[in-house]
Design a binder for this molecule. Structure first.
Ligand code: 2M8
Length: 418
């Protein structure tokens, strides 16, 4: 079967009625940034269904504008933590944290490429106020001091759960002595050597108890949450999303461009302050320690996707990518392969992720480096041919890892035409 037909088959198989689960068993609900990538994939063969993905996602939006990272549209026993553990009292049930805000950018891309322009304009226009409310929530509740960067309160929010970038910050989170007992479900679907360690899970769940004690009050979390970082994935995705939100505002005549321009001015300078000249890349930042987190990750290239980098810094990032390419067979490993914490098969500690490749390649292409973009594109294609549409891949052997028949990997094959 061609890659394209197989990708369509997977998206259809993972469709649960207007929303796409990432993969059966391991992730049986709708996740925020997965929904964005899935919508791009649907766009290539069913435009109406693609727009519906966002409509279902925004059913989970909170009254304060927050868009949660999971919408539990219907009960499923194969995932933990489910709605009871989150206890957010929302209808439909949701988690209580967010995820990389890809929506505005992907709505713009879909609008620009739609064959059915009447449908696309109606859908994008209707989504706009909801996306604006979400971005206002980010500014108001995650950057109240207007630093230009947002506070992130959980590794799950970053999308890169067990990245070595979070090791030290997470190790400082005390394990809650009253943590209710729990059974992990992830390791019954996937080999534990490809998933986070138990010590990390205990802290992921301890953080969840902190949110509940704070009643999900973000301003309290700025003071009381022991895990506070700046995540390059969140902030770079948000910066680009704000650019695209301003574009949508102008396109439809909503008139919010001045407000959004103020946010962009702050984040432009603040993201660039995360640059490390010696390392030749950008670092995440620990807000508790008030110090950069000196681990190169695939997110270290995302200021190109944001569009904040200077041409000189973009050039340095190409050199950095080349040095990584000498150490692995397939780009882009999720952690610097020369770093001691690099683990080529453990989830976000080394493996290659198709969706990150897409964002990084787009950045390189837009900065005038088509060869780097094409190399990443070709590697993604080879991985899919070799190992199918896996959740992630081993950067040296190309083996498929994590969950199989994975929606966002399949979606990239359609949208990015791998
Ligand atoms: C992974 O995260 C979830 C928690 O949100 C998990 O491991 O239980 C991450 O790879 C995240 O980026 C992704 O959105 C999610 C669903 O694919 O799985």
């Amino acid at each position: 079967m061609s890659l394209e037909r197989e990708a369509i088959r997977i998206l259809r198989a993972n469709d649960r009625g207007g929303f796409t689960i990432p993969t059966a068993g391991l992730y049986p609900f709708q996740w925020l940034w997965d929904a964005g990538f899935s919508a791009l994939g649907w766009m290539k063969f069913d435009e109406a269904r693609a727009w519906q993905e966002f409509e279902r996602l925004f059913e989970g939006q909170w009254a304060n504008g927050m868009l949660p990272h999971i919408v539990f549209h219907r009960p499923e026993a194969t995932y933990f933590p489910g709605p009871d553990r989150w206890g957010t009292r929302h209808t439909p049930p949701t988690s209580g944290i967010t995820q990389p805000p890809v929506v505005a950018s992907f709505v713009r891309m879909m609008l620009e490429q739609a064959e059915d322009q009447t449908l696309a304009q109606t859908k994008a226009r209707a989504l706009y106020p909801k996306i604006l409310a979400y971005h206002r929530w980010f500014k108001r509740e995650r950057d109240p001091a207007n630093t230009g960067l947002t506070n992130t309160f959980h590794p799950w929010e970053t999308g890169a759960d067990n990245s070595p970038a979070w090791d030290e910050a997470l190790a400082r989170v005390p394990v809650d002595p009253t943590l209710p007992p729990y059974t992990r479900r992830d390791t019954s679907h996937v080999d534990p050597s490809q998933r986070p360690h138990q010590a990390e899970y205990d802290r992921y769940l301890s953080l969840l108890e902190v949110y509940k004690r704070c009643d999900y009050d973000q301003l309290r979390l700025h003071r009381e949450c022991p895990f506070r970082v700046v995540s390059l994935i969140i902030d770079c995705v948000l910066h680009r999303a704000n650019r695209d939100l301003a574009w949508l505002s102008a396109r439809f005549g909503f008139g919010d461009e001045t407000e959004i321009a103020g946010w962009l001015e702050a984040s432009q300078g603040a993201i660039e302050a995360l640059w490390d000249e010696e390392a030749g890349l950008y670092y995440n930042y620990d807000r508790v320690q008030d110090a950069p987190i000196r681990v190169g990750t695939s997110a270290s290239f995302l200021p190109l996707y944001a569009g904040t980098s200077s041409p000189q810094r973009a050039h340095r990032l190409v050199r950095t990518l080349e040095s990584w390419a000498e150490q692995v067979r397939y780009l882009v490993p999720s952690t610097d392969p020369g770093h001691p914490s690099y683990e080529p098969q453990r989830y976000w500690r080394g493996p290659v992720w198709a969706i990150m490749n897409y964002l990084i390649a787009q950045g390189f292409a837009e900065y005038g480096y088509p060869e780097a973009a094409e190399r990443i594109h070709q590697d993604t294609l080879k991985l899919a041919e070799l190992s199918g549409f896996s959740e992630y891949y081993h950067p040296t052997t190309g083996a498929g890892l994590g969950g199989g028949e994975f929606s966002w990997t399949a979606a990239m094959a359609l949208w990015w035409e791998v």
